[in-house]
Design a binder for this molecule. Structure first.
Ligand SMILES: [Zn+2]
Length: 53
C-alpha cells in the first residue's frame, strides 16, 4: 500500500510494528521528515499505541 505525503506528494515509507497482537504502522516522509502513526489502520498517537502493553 503506498500513501502519498499530504505536504509534498512523495510516497511515504511505511513500517509495520507488531505489538501485542496489534499492528502499529509508522509512515514517514523522507523529504518533510513528517511522521504519522496508525493503529490497525486508524490514525493514532504513538504514545497511546504503545501505552497498553
Ligand atoms: Zn512530504
Amino acid at each position: 500500500m503506498s500513501v502519498p505525503c499530504r505536504s509534498c506528494g512523495r510516497t511515504l515509507v511505511c513500517v509495520d510494528i507488531k505489538t501485542d497482537g496489534r499492528t502499529v504502522t509508522m509512515r514517514s516522509c523522507t523529504r518533510c521528515d513528517r511522521r504519522e502513526w496508525l493503529l490497525d489502520g486508524e490514525p493514532t498517537d504513538p504514545i497511546e499505541a504503545f501505552a497498553n502493553q
